[in-house]
Structures are given as C-alpha cells and as structure tokens.
Design a binder for this molecule. Sequence first.
Ligand code: ATP
Ligand code: MG
Length: 404
Amino acid sequence: MRLEKIPDVFVRASAVIEEIEKHGFEAYFVGGSVRDTLLGKKSHDVDIATSAYPEEIKQIFKRTVDVGIDHGTVLVLYEEEQYEITTFRTESTYQDYRRPDTVTFVRSLEEDLKRRDFTINALAMDKEGTIIDLFHGLDDLNHGVIRAVGDPKERFHEDALRMMRGLRFASELDFEIETKTLEAIDLYHSLLSKISVERIAIEFIKLLLGKNRCKGLLPFIETACYQSCPGLKDRLDGLTAFSKLPNQLIEEEQQGWALLLKELRIPVSETRDFLKEWKLSNHLMHDVSELLYGLEVRLTGAWKAEDLFRLGLEKALSVEKMLSFYQHEVNLELTEKKYSALPITERKQLQISGNDLLAAFDKKPGKWLGILINELEAAVINGEVVNNKPDLILYSEKFVKKGE
Ligand code: ATP
Ligand code: MG
C-alpha cells in the first residue's frame, strides 16, 4: 500500500532519509507518526529508524545531539527541523519485566519491527509513502484492533508497561483489544507492579483523556490492572462508578483526576496524599484539589462569590464544564457574569494595607492583622463593605480594639 498524499512533515523529512540512503543505509518512518497518518490524524514529529549505527549517523550529518545514544537514538538537526533517528535494534534479556537491559543494534528492519508492542505501531513507511506492513498492522488499523506483535504473553512478560499502553491506545483510538492480547493482560496484570509509577502515570493519563475512555477503562478494571496502580487497589467500587460516568471526552488532565477522585469518594483534604503516590507535580495536585473543591460546591448549589474568588475564572469554568458529567446544567455565561461582578479578584486590589491598619488602630503587628485582612477580604467579596479605605477602617472597628 502506498499513501496517495504524503503529509508535509514527511515530505520535509524525506530529505533526511535520502541523505542516509545515499550513504548506503536504509531508513524509514516508524512508530506513532505512521499509525496516526494512516488514521488521518496530524502528527507533528516523525520518528525515523535506520540500519546505520549511531556513529554512522553522526558522520553523515553535521549537526547532531546524543539524546539517547545507548538506545541508538541520535537527534539530527536538519534545515530548521529536528529528527530523532534510531538505529534498528532488538532488545534482549529483559529482567524484572521492564525495559531491556541490553539493546543490540541490527541491520534488519524486520528485527526492529518485531520488538515493537502492537501491530499498529509496527508499521514502517519509506520516503515515497509505501507502507511496510510485516505484521498485518494495516488490517488491525482498519478494523480498530489492538493486537500484540507475536505472542502477547511473551511480549507483556518482557515489558509489563505494554499492557498499560494497550489499554491507553484502546481509549485514545477507540479500538478493541484483541482476545488473546486481552487474555494475556488478564494473566499478567500483576507484573505492572514492577513498572515505575511515573511510566504508568503517563499511560493512565492518556487513557483518561482518550476519545473512548471506557474502551480502555473497562478492561483496565476487568483485567485488574488497577490493582497495581497507586491508591486504586481496594477501590473497585469507586472505579466502577467512575467508569459509569457519561463516556464523553475529558478535556484536560486536571479534570480527569478530579472526576476520578470524586467517584472514589476521596475528600479534598486527602487529594494531595492520593496524588502524591502518583508522583504528580505540586502544581497539578493543587489544581486538582481546587477543581474537586469547586465540583463539590457546584453539585450542591450555586456559585458563591467567595468560591469564585478562590478558584479564579479559569478553574471555575473548568468546574462548570465538569457538571455535564452529572446531568447538571452547565452555565458558563452565568459563571463568567458572576465572576465579573466580583468587587475584587485578587487580594492586592483591597484598598487598604497592613500599614494603614497599624496606623489606624495604633497597634503592634501580630496575628490579629492577618485575621483582620482575611475578614476584610471576605467582606469586600461578599459586598458587606465597599472597597475604600475609610469604609474598610470603619468596618474594622467591629473586630479591633485600639492600642492593645
Ligand atoms: P504517541 O502518539 O502517544 O507518542 P507512540 O506509539 O508514538 O504513541 P511512543 O512512546 O512515542 O508511542 O513510541 C514510539 C514507538 O516505539 C511505538 O509506536 C512503538 O513502535 C515503539 N514502542 C514504544 N514503547 C514500546 C514498548 N514499551 N514496547 C515495544 N515497543 C514500544
Ligand atoms: Mg510517539
């Protein structure tokens, strides 16, 4: 099979392949970009596999960077673009069910494609757009099937992460996992515990954000893969509830986690502990806690000024959108309107400073000052006092005794 119209990224990159071929080696496009192009999806970068060894690639191109030389990958800078060029390789002596400890460079494309995880990921394409399909990947692509290359049991035993990858591709591409592949996941699910949390998390997040989430999530639950994921071991009920949310697209990672935590019935106060186990960044953990907080607020009532102030517009809108998972009316306009009606949106807009208050009450600084500023902020937000200095001082008299 030959692609009729080769996308521009490949056309630009074909000059690199030509250069490699001129030196007597083979080179092909491989991996996700070939798969995605055949599915009619845009791919931004292309991966190239070659029979040339890394040292040989470095001799062919002037500007290169050793990005993963042990695994055979050299980054080539070629006319304004960068290309990852990886030597054909086989992987051997997998220990601990993860990543091979030795990779062996080979000159054969077939050997290289054989070590890849799924048939749809084992397609190669030459510079003219001809597809090299040694494992019936095109059939599987056309029928929407995730099938391991070779014996699935062997392949998952070699590298257990592939099981999570299979589940995420099912979700991302809206594909079915082929029976023997699924049976092997069922059999070997517990090997996932050998894989680092970070690598599992990458795949799990992609699964959450996939276009048919349930296609990945249901087998993730049924094969018990969830039992090797942080914090999920004893949470079958919550996960099942999560899988029953409307199967619509989750727009962003933060929303994915917030919806999951909500269904797992993890309170806002325990969000960090749960997400820490997944090794997420502090920033993300904070965002998820806020979204979960907002979701709980909105599922039980209307937005209050204080909550909108706390969340900010972006998070409030994100919460509002999540209501659609709960057959709840989503009103983005009203959320924006209420947000714009806030007297202030940041503390620094408060028309009084700590120094003003110290002077007004002739008092020494102390804990009282922070408490007072919090009170003033809340009062301004809730419209109990106008945001100007004289009014704020007058209002403060309720809370402060002079000169103590
Ligand atoms: P994405 O579009 O999400 O990047 P991808 O298929 O390109 O998906 P990558 O992780 O970028 O995924 O890997 C590139 C290619 O390398 C895959 O298409 C596959 O051929 C191969 N590959 C990646 N991870 C594995 C693995 N654990 N086992 C075997 N082959 C793998
Ligand atoms: Mg990729």
